[in-house]
Design a protein around this ligand. Structure first.
Ligand code: PBG
Length: 328
């Protein structure tokens, strides 16, 4: 055959493949989620997320240490309070579990990037991300003040980045204003801009004990069947209100939107590789049906290729460790 173009020439040796490679994974582009709990005095493994634990305050520094040693420079904190109530008051309590965890971690790791989930569902007795009416409707506007109080309390404790994940309308603007009013104009917002009502969050709700006690989240999180335009509008609104980063969540099934977000906006693009995605990989790997390392690294490359600058992932420490060992 007389072929002008032979693509295989660029794949002939490992060195040539490395030379033409243009997707790289860096430990410093990953955020590692950590669950802190008031409900136990020993680390509790989450049954649907092997390798992921809920940490009592006394044990959280050892997990942060593992993270830092691996080269991961950012964490995202989620809290499990001892007490829940309809207003989710432990979400914005000065001595709440996340606030205490931030102070403890900040004291030990001055340079670590500490981000936090800003939401009420882990703290409300009904498990919804906002206040509810007597009829069980999730209320938007009265929820915003509580989210802002939560955000300010995290900033006061020493958080660098606040990540609202509730999907109430207008919360980014209200949180930005409250932070600025309290003197935290230097603290950033990483909003879950396009967050879908996804079955991929199942294992997280075990990890964070945050399942809604009735109904679902479809009146506030996006419909997986809604098109790209609605996602772009959600992002545009949050950008107008002042988000510093754009999160698309989940990751794997929404890479079209990661790509669209990267093409249409200038803020750093973040994708959240969620609990159900993690659980599927772990389960198949435990069965010996897939090669965990190879599958995880391929997923990370797909996130980057789609346009993500930053990846929130439960695999972060493993990925960073594999990169160090040169096994990627
Ligand atoms: C809280 C929140 C959820 C996740 C992150 N923040 C759950 C939900 O919206 O029900 C899911 C993360 C994951 O599945 O890994 N609102």
């Amino acid at each position: 055959m007389k072929l002008t173009h032979r693509m295989r020439r660029l794949r002939r040796t490992p060195a040539i493949r490395r030379m033409v490679q243009n997707v790289y994974i860096h430990p410093e582009d990953m955020i590692y989620p950590i669950f802190v709990t008031e409900l136990a005095d020993q680390p509790q493994e989450v049954s649907s997320m092997p390798g992921v634990y809920q940490f009592p305050l006394d044990h959280v520094l050892s997990e942060v240490d593992r993270c830092v040693k691996a080269g991961v420079e950012a964490i995202m904190l989620f809290g499990l309070p001892a007490e829940k109530d309809p207003q989710g008051s432990q979400a914005y309590a000065e001595d709440g579990i996340v606030q205490e965890a931030i102070r403890k971690i900040r004291a030990a790791y001055p340079d670590l990037i500490i981000s936090t989930d800003v939401c009420l569902c882990e703290y409300t007795s009904h498990g919804h991300c906002g206040m509810i009416t007597a009829e069980g409707q999730v209320q938007n506007d009265v929820t915003l003040d509580l989210l802002a109080k939560t955000a300010v309390s995290h900033a006061r404790a020493g958080a660098d980045i606040l990540s609202p994940s509730d999907m109430m309308d207008g919360r980014v603007g209200v949180i930005r204003q409250a932070l600025d009013d309290a003197g935290f104009e230097h603290v950033s917002i990483m909003a879950h801009c396009a967050k879908f009502a996804s079955a991929f969050y199942g294992p997280f709700r075990d990890a964070a004990d945050s399942a809604p006690q009735f109904g679902d989240r479809k009146s506030y999180q996006m419909d997986p069947a809604s098109g790209t335009r609605q996602a772009l509008q959600e992002i545009a609104l949050d950008v107008d209100e002042g988000t510093d980063f754009i999160i698309i969540k989940p990751a794997l099934a929404y890479l079209d939107l990661v790509n669209q977000a990267a093409e249409n906006f200038l803020q750093p693009i973040v994708t959240y590789n969620v609990s159900g995605e993690y659980a599927m990989v772990k389960a198949a790997a435990q069965q010996g049906w897939i090669d965990e390392k190879k599958v995880v690294m391929e997923m990370m490359k797909a996130f980057k290729r789609a346009g993500a600058d930053i990846i929130i992932t439960y695999h972060a420490i493993d990925v960073a460790t594999w990169l160090k060992e040169g096994q990627q």
